[in-house]
Design a protein around this ligand. Sequence first.
Ligand SMILES: [Mg+2]
Ligand SMILES: [Zn+2]
Length: 206
Amino acid sequence: MSGDAFASPPEQFQRETALVKAIFLDRDGTLNKETGYLHNWTDWRWLPGVPEALALLRRHGYKLVAVTNQSGLARGLYSPEAVTRLHQEANRHLASRKAALDAFYYCPHHPDFTGPCDCRKPKPGMLLRAATEMDLDRARSWMVGDKISDVEAGLAAGCRAVLVRTGYGREAEKCLPAFVHVADDLPAAAAHILRHEAGKNGAGAR
Ligand SMILES: [Mg+2]
Ligand SMILES: [Zn+2]
C-alpha cells in the first residue's frame, strides 16, 4: 500500500524520541542496609539520604528501576509474595516523599538450585527486559550498585555504572576497573550522574 511509505518514518521517529533515561538500582546495600535475605518490611532500613537522592533523580527526568538478585526465592527462604509486599511497602514510603520507583525487577534464580538464567546479575537480563518494557534509552542510563556484578550488568546492558561504597562496596572497589566511578553512597552517585549530564549539556564541556 502506497500510504505505508509515508506513515512509517514518522512513527519510527516518534518511538525513538520517546525513549527515556533511567537509573537502574541495586537494592540491598545500595538503597537499604544489607542484612542478608531480607524479606520483612520491619527489617528494612533506608541507607542515609536515599529517598532524597531518588526524588532528586526523578526531578531530573530519570525513571527509577530496581534490579535485585533474590536467590532466597530459589533457596525457598521466602515467597514471591513476600518480595512483592516488601517492594510495595518500600514504594509506599517513597511515594510520600515524591521518590517512588517506577518498577522493581528481581531474579528469583540461583544456578545451584534452579540452573543458569539470563537475569541474575552480572547478566544484564533484568536491565534489558526493563529497557524493552519501559522504552528506556540504555545509552543514557546508569546502573548503581555495591557489587562488581552490578557494575558488570550495567556495562553489559550498554549503560554507565557507578559503584557505591555502602554494602559490599568497599571490598568490591579493590577489583574495580579504573574507568568506573566510585561514590561514597547513593546521594554521591546521584550527584556524579547529574554533574556528568550537566557537563555533557554545557557548551565547551568535556
Ligand atoms: Mg547489593
Ligand atoms: Zn534469573
